[in-house]
Design a protein around this ligand. Structure first.
Ligand code: FMN
Ligand code: ATP
Ligand code: MG
Length: 508
């Protein structure tokens, strides 16, 4: 069988492993379901094309050589379904039909949407499992495994994803090693193909030339598989996980983000901070940064390098704050439990993240002796990687929890600036009206000031009125924090009126 032979003769060990794992999934599925009970969802895309040849190889190995004369598989025995759409590229459409002819595929063409098309098909045919070319980086792969039952609300069948763990590089290594035909669009700079309305060639493959028509390199030359979908027109993402404001700051501010009061919680992970052997710089710095964008830090905490401690703290904070920031405990060491804590708090497992692995590969290169796949374990199904060109590794966002990998104040400054750039516009870490503050000092005693101050707090519930002393004998400092300077001034005046004129002086 030519595919099996090409892989066996290749010296790409990674590809061999990916191939044998995928073929194993296919042969397991063919052992579990009869040939009438399986179908292949084929759309002429590169991932589907890989899967077609893996299925041919898998079927060949499943049946044994004696059933395929001279090691040649004449007809493709698995029912194939193609959802044809008017918005598909004509090149994709004709490639799909041509390939079906070349390999003798029995193709059911469905012209309705996926769900109702499958409902009709499954009523008519005994199909129980469908092979798909879904890969872990695809938006639809979230939460899937190699065998995943269809989602609630969908007709019931098993989704079989033999190439779930394949990377962009693996796909091209396979297609080129096996020298199989693929859709011509991939030689014109397209790297992932959706509809004609949402797909353009990947600009990272553009060849600058002086003529009017832009030219592109082939898809297999994309140096960085993470940017496979750069040719897809972006859908506007909603700021998932961001709750409505915790506190509303006045009647005329309801529809303006700038006046919303957002709250955050800051959690440090580090035994050393708790031992007192390392000074925590990041927590206070984060509080200042949040304050500078008009956010309120409702709480900071430092927890042990222990999964349960991290998870419990996140669980406590994530539902009562707009955002939760985590720092410390990020990396591949035994003490780096932050990702596991996040996963536990959200009740998901940790799974290798292919995209993150690519970043680590770029960063660590060949110096790494460990399994990068293991190092790139992130909470499954809830992780969003926030890329910024200035950061070597993306920031990790799991719903409203952001994991910062900074280890010192300089790194934090950089990550923070990138974070603001990345998330400031989508409502997730929106900059709101900054706080104004004023301070008064007084030599009045606590007893004298206590009651008037309590009354003042009731009069000005929109302000934070706090008191502290720098020493027991020194003056009392009264601080006023709020978003409306006029209200602060009014509070100050109201307090001063309650005492003799020289009782207070304003300080910076
Ligand atoms: C054979 C097949 C089975 C599918 N099964 C499911 C499913 O069980 N649950 C689901 O949410 N979507 C399912 N989908 C839909 C895909 O997850 C996804 O929405 C679809 O491929 C559209 O992707 P696009 O928005 O990138 O075009 C299925 C699609 C196909 C072709
Ligand atoms: N119109 C369709 N008809 C049949 N199957 C489809 C269709 N669209 C998607 N699929 C299934 O979903 C899988 C994932 O689709 P996806 O678009 O991510 O990959 P692809 O089209 O194979 O490659 P590419 O990422 O280059 O577009 C396909 O491999 C195929 O199994
Ligand atoms: Mg596609």
């Amino acid at each position: 069988m030519e595919i099996d032979k090409a892989i066996r003769e290749s010296d790409d060990t990674r590809l061999k492993t990916k191939y044998s794992n995928a073929v194993y999934v296919i042969t397991r599925a063919l052992a579990l379901y009869s040939i009438e009970e399986v179908a292949f969802s084929f759309n002429g895309g590169k991932d589907s094309t890989v899967l077609l040849h893996l299925l041919r190889a898998g079927y060949f190995l499943h049946r044994g050589e004696q059933n395929c004369p001279n090691g040649v598989l004449t007809d493709f025995p698995i029912r194939t379904i193609y959802f044809e759409s008017a918005s598909a590229f004509p090149e994709i459409n004709s490639f799909t039909y041509d390939i079906a002819k070349t390999y003798g595929m029995q193709m059911d063409i469905i012209r309705s949407d996926f769900k109702s098309g499958l409902e009709t098909l499954l009523k008519a045919k005994p199909i129980r499992a469908i092979f798909l070319g879904v890969r872990i980086g695809d938006p639809t792969a979230v939460g899937q495994e190699q065998f995943s039952p269809s989602s609630p609300g969908w007709p019931s069948f098993m989704r079989v994803n033999p190439i779930l763990d394949w990377s962009y590089r693996d796909v091209w290594a396979f297609l080129l090693t096996c020298k199989v035909q693929y859709c011509s669009l991939y030689d014109q700079g397209y790297t992932s193909i959706g509809s004609i309305y949402d797909t353009v060639p990947n600009s990272l493959l553009s060849i600058s030339n002086t003529s009017s028509k832009e030219k592109f390199k082939p898809a297999y030359l994309l140096p960085d598989g993470r940017l496979e979908r750069a040719g897809r027109v972006k859908k506007i993402s909603s700021s998932n996980g961001t709750r409505l404001p915790a506190v509303n700051n006045g009647p005329d501010s309801v529809d303006s983000h700038r006046n919303w009061m957002f709250t955050a919680s800051v959690i440090g992970v580090g035994d050393e901070i708790l031992f007192g052997t390392v000074e925590d710089q990041l927590g206070p710095s984060l509080c200042r940064k949040l304050h500078s964008i008009g956010w309120l830090t409702s709480q900071t905490a430092v927890v042990r390098n222990d999964i349960d401690s991290v998870a419990e703290e996140i669980e406590r904070c994530k539902s009562t704050n707009d955002m939760v920031f985590l720092y410390g405990g990020v990396g591949p060491l035994h003490s780096d439990v932050t990702s596991a804590g996040v996963a536990k708090a959200f009740g998901v497992r940790l799974a290798p993240d292919e995209e993150f692995e690519e970043y680590l590969r770029h960063l660590i290169g060949d110096h790494c002796t460990g399994d990068r796949n293991e190092m790139a374990q992130l909470p499954e199904g809830i992780t969003e990687l926030l890329h910024h060109e200035k950061l070597p590794v993306p920031l990790i966002k799991c719903q409203n929890v952001i994991v910062l990998s900074a280890t010192n104040a300089t790194e934090l400054d950089k990550q923070w600036d990138c974070l603001i750039e990345l998330t400031g516009s989508d409502g997730c870490l929106v900059t709101t009206e900054p706080y104004s503050s004023k301070r008064l000092t007084t030599n009045l005693t606590d007893v004298e000031t206590a009651q008037p101050l309590s009354k003042l707090c009731l009069e000005f519930p929109d302000l934070y009125i706090g008191c502290f002393r720098e020493s027991r004998q020194g003056p009392l400092v009264i601080s006023f924090e709020g978003k409306d300077l006029a209200r602060i001034q009014a509070a100050l005046e109201s307090l001063c009126k309650k005492f003799h004129p020289e009782a207070f002086s304003e300080v910076n």
